[in-house]
Design a protein around this ligand. Structure first.
Ligand SMILES: *[C@@H]1O[C@H](CO)[C@@H](O)[C@H](O)[C@H]1NC(C)=O
Ligand SMILES: *[C@@H]1O[C@H](CO)[C@@H](O)[C@H](O)[C@H]1NC(C)=O
Ligand SMILES: *[C@H]1O[C@H](CO)[C@@H](O)[C@H](O)[C@H]1NC(C)=O
Ligand SMILES: [Fe+2]
Length: 818
């Protein structure tokens, strides 16, 4: 029998029902070679793997022995079937006993009863280089995950397909909860995962709601991520929290009456009365960190004070801080250089009124001292703007018809001081013509006089609410969560799991479909958290569709292009990263560029290893199909745009992949994990401003109320108690890192380790990231960098790659999983 090798196979399996004494696993080995005589698939070598024990962490070991003929060829794939009556989780299969060493198949996948599954070895192949014996399986596997576009998906399926956002509304339970379908020419939008649920009865274009939202089985949070904290618990916590708070709060619109009442949230907590239904039980299960039982009959939601307010109780009042947060806060990517004067709206004047801004030269020139003219300040690149005028104005009249809400278009102009910090100069708030009343607009400045000062504070609260909405709906939801989902779907449908690019992207795309499905359940749905808490109310998602339609471009998602587009940087071959920043101390950009470059270098090493020249990129059919599908299906509403990059050279591929990984990792981390620090104390960043300015068509009483108690006006303008508490709870939960979060560049994938060149490149990547941590620490310690260092200022740590568990405000997870 010298012609046979004895090969031992060992499978590691979890989620096995341990009572049932082990059913075996059927395992077959697949050769990389075809049968030379008939040129067909070689017969597989079959084995039965019996349960052989279990490790401490509830992982069961299954073992089989295979007799492998000498001329069988390398084993390129295994096929596995489980006859357990429930699904089980297969971690990996190790084959030992080959002369050239052992073979590992990393599976990390759910096996459904009686379904044969294929797993390829950890070696990556371009399609054209696939071993002949694996070609057919490679194609069949892709066909299997694409599905045929039909039928309702079961939770055990692993099909990746596309659909519109037609599941946000719930017209069957209440016609007020109907929402427009997003996606298609009317409301362009990225696609989501198709679930195939039946249409709702009241609107054939909308899907029925259901408490379970399908995601392909292996997209659900895996074993290793299931410890104390997952998106599921957030979602469950949130769903439990809403009805409890609803019931607890007698007056839904009641605001905080004094600032000390707000401080009480952090000291004594927010009282939640015990409820008869299961609401509170759920709360205790899911929110142990937040809920504190004060006595048997009394519970409180307790919030940790955010780092910002701990360091400086007055930080939120300061204009300096207001400006600094546009560069180093939660939404550091909307500020732009002012390139032209006057500021003019592009909206139709016949609907929205005169387009000229009321921020005149005079308003600016009174405040900029030695720069004395606006033209000089513009020429020297000293004026910056947060411009939400044209974005928000079309929503103003609609939103004002909703109860307890108001809205304006806004522009905020800043001046770059010689210290390198920004100083706000003017806020303009605009209401379009309405009900026969003409357009209303007014400019507010931080100028002297008590009345002006209070009006300025109120105007700031409005702008901050606008910025909160844009941040959550656009910067955070649309640009990372929403826009990335089509990349996840296309990668799974078009790239084989043995494709090197699949394996490069996989860690960046994990869990995103799951968190997005949960968001459609509880955050962005009709009457969900976003609608309740943000100014745009039930028009929130429609608003994000408008922004996708008008502004989203794939090419501008790359950090360097985004900075150039906003005028915050210009190309300069002699500057670090090839970019000269207009504001030298721009923490988001400075640290972001370090991370961008590190990802790009690692991807360059990886991509050029597999694609030494362009003809390999152009002839890779899977890769080309992948890119085509992203452009024409996943982002199909943008398919005719000229700005899509070509995919012809290794450089094209590196740039596209770096952009995707950037969005999924650092962009998301920078706008997601600091939210509690800055918005947790809501006077610093109210999610909504509820009342119009006291100067807009005031009655005599209104104006006198403001004069007599301006602080009261400000408090009433802030979110209601209910809104504020919900947002704080959600932010707190979502700012958290799970204890086993996967950070960028931290853990090597088996398929990368397998190739010595890739392994070495990854080690360099990891080394660069550690170096970046040191650079960031040094920057935060540098007194000259006033936008990140100074009395009471929270250091900028969002781009520090690694973090421990908890609400740490740093660490870049590989993927969007929260
Ligand atoms: C590109 O590289 C591949 C693999 O090294 C090689 O086989 C092919 O001839 C090259 N093509 C061109 C056009 O250089
Ligand atoms: C990948 O498989 C090879 C054999 O193909 C094996 O030598 C190696 O140990 C495996 N790598 C990892 C990191 O599992
Ligand atoms: C990311 O975290 C923030 C809070 O830190 C949260 O508001 C946001 O919605 C999260 N994203 C999702 C959809 O989970
Ligand atoms: Fe997020």
């Amino acid at each position: 029998m010298a012609n046979y090798l004895k090969v031992k196979g060992r499978a590691r399996v979890s989620n096995v029902n341990s009572d049932l004494f082990g059913k075996p696993l059927a395992i077959e080995l697949v050769s990389c070679l075809l049968d030379p005589r008939e040129n067909t698939q070689k017969k597989t070598i079959k084995g039965k793997a019996e349960r052989k024990g279990k490790t401490d962490d509830e992982v069961f070991l299954y073992e089989a022995v295979f007799e492998v003929a000498q001329d069988f060829g390398e084993v390129g794939a295994v096929m596995v079937r489980s006859d357990h009556n429930k699904e089980i989780f297969l971690r990996d299969i190790l084959l030992e006993g080959f002369p050239h060493g052992s073979l590992l198949f990393t599976c990390d996948s759910w096996l459904q009863p009686s379904l044969l599954r294929v797993f390829f070895s950890n070696k990556s192949y371009l399609p054209s280089q696939t071993p002949s014996g694996l070609r057919k399986l490679r194609e069949e596997e892709l066909v299997a995950v694409r599905g045929n576009g039909d039928g309702e998906r079961k939770s055990t399926d692993r099909i990746y397909d596309y659909d519109f956002y037609n599941d946000l509304g719930d017209p069957d339970s209440d016609i007020d909860l109907a929402r427009p379908v997003l996606g298609g020419s009317l409301h362009p939008y990225p696609r989501r995962c198709r679930t195939g649920r039946p249409p709702s009865s009241s609107d054939p274009n909308s899907e029925k709601r259901s408490s379970n939202v399908y995601v392909p089985r292996d997209e659900a949070f895996s074993q290793t991520k299931q410890t104390q904290f997952t998106a599921t618990t957030v979602s469950a916590g949130v769903s439990a929290l809403l009805p409890s708070l609803d019931a607890a709060v007698t007056d839904q619109n009641l605001g905080f009456l004094t600032f000390s009442e707000i401080d009480m949230l952090f000291k004594e907590g927010y009282k939640v009365p015990p409820l008869k239904n299961s609401g509170n039980g759920l709360l205790q299960t899911f929110l142990p960190k937040l809920i504190q039982a004060v006595s048997d009959h009394q519970q409180r939601l307790r919030f940790e004070a955010p780092d910002t307010i701990n360091r400086d109780g007055f930080f939120w009042l300061s204009d300096e801080e207001f400006a600094r947060e546009t560069l180093a806060g939660v939404n550091p990517c909307t500020i732009k250089l002012v390139k032209e004067w006057p500021l003019i709206s592009k909206l139709d004047p016949s609907i929205y009124g005169p387009p000229e801004s009321a921020i005149t030269r005079d308003v600016i020139e009174q405040q900029i001292g030695c720069y004395n003219t606006v033209d000089k300040a513009i020429e020297e690149k000293k004026l910056f703007i947060i411009d939400y005028h044209d974005l928000l104005l079309p929503y103003v009249n609609k939103v004002r018809q909703l109860e307890g809400r108001t809205l304006y278009g806004s522009r905020t102009v800043f001046f770059l001081t010689t210290q390198g910090t920004l100083k706000p100069l003017a806020i303009e708030l605009t209401r379009p013509p309405t009900d026969g009343k003409p357009q209303w607009k007014q400019v507010f400045t931080p100028s002297c006089g008590s009345t002006n000062l209070w009006l300025w504070r109120l105007a700031k609260a409005h702008v901050l609410a606008h910025d909160s909405g844009v941040h959550e709906l656009i910067t955070h939801w649309l640009r990372s969560h929403g826009a990335v989902e089509p990349f996840v779907i296309a990668t799974n449908r078009q790239l084989s799991t043995m494709h090197p690019i699949y394996r490069l992207l996989h860690p960046h795309l994990r869990y995103t479909m799951e968190i997005n499905a949960l968001a459609r359940q509880a955050l962005i749905n009709a009457n969900g958290i976003i609608e309740i808490s943000f100014s745009t109310g039930k028009y929130s998602m429609e608003f994000s569709s408008d922004v996708y339609d008008e502004l989203w471009r794939f090419d501008l998602q790359a950090l360097p292009s985004d900075l150039i587009d906003r005028g915050m940087a210009e190309e300069d071959p002699n500057a670090p990263h090839g970019l000269k920043l207009k504001i030298a101390d721009y923490p988001f950009a400075n640290d972001g560029l370090l991370i961008w470059d590190a990802i790009k270098q690692w991807f360059t090493d990886y991509v050029t290893h597999y694609y030494p020249n362009s003809s390999l990129v152009e002839s890779d059919q899977e890769l080309q199909a992948w890119w085509t599908e992203i452009k024409t299906v996943g982002h199909g509403d943008k398919k005719n745009e000229p700005w899509w990059p070509n995919l012809q050279t290794p450089q094209d591929l590196i740039h596209i992949l770096t952009t995707i990984a950037w969005l999924a990792s650092a962009h998301h981390a920078s706008v997601n994990f600091s939210q509690y620090a800055y918005a947790g104390y809501f006077p610093n960043r109210p999610s909504i401003a509820r009342n119009k300015m006291p100067t807009e068509d005031p009655s005599k009483e209104e104006w006198e109320r403001f004069l007599n108690n301006p602080e009261q006006s400000l408090l009433e303008n802030f979110p209601s108690q209910l809104q504020a508490t919900i947002v704080m709870a959600v932010l707190y939960l979502l700012s958290d890192h799970s204890p086993d979060e996967e950070y960028i560049g931290q853990k090597i994938e088996p398929s990368w380790a397998e190739d010595p060149a890739i392994n070495a490149a990854f080690v360099r990547f990891n080394g660069r990231l550690k170096k970046i941590e040191e650079i960031i620490d040094a920057r935060n310690g540098d007194e000259k960098l006033r936008n990140r260092n100074g009395a009471g200022i929270v250091p900028y740590e969002l781009m520090k790659p690694f973090s421990g568990p908890g609400v740490t405000g740093k660490g870049i997870p590989n993927s969007i999983s929260i």
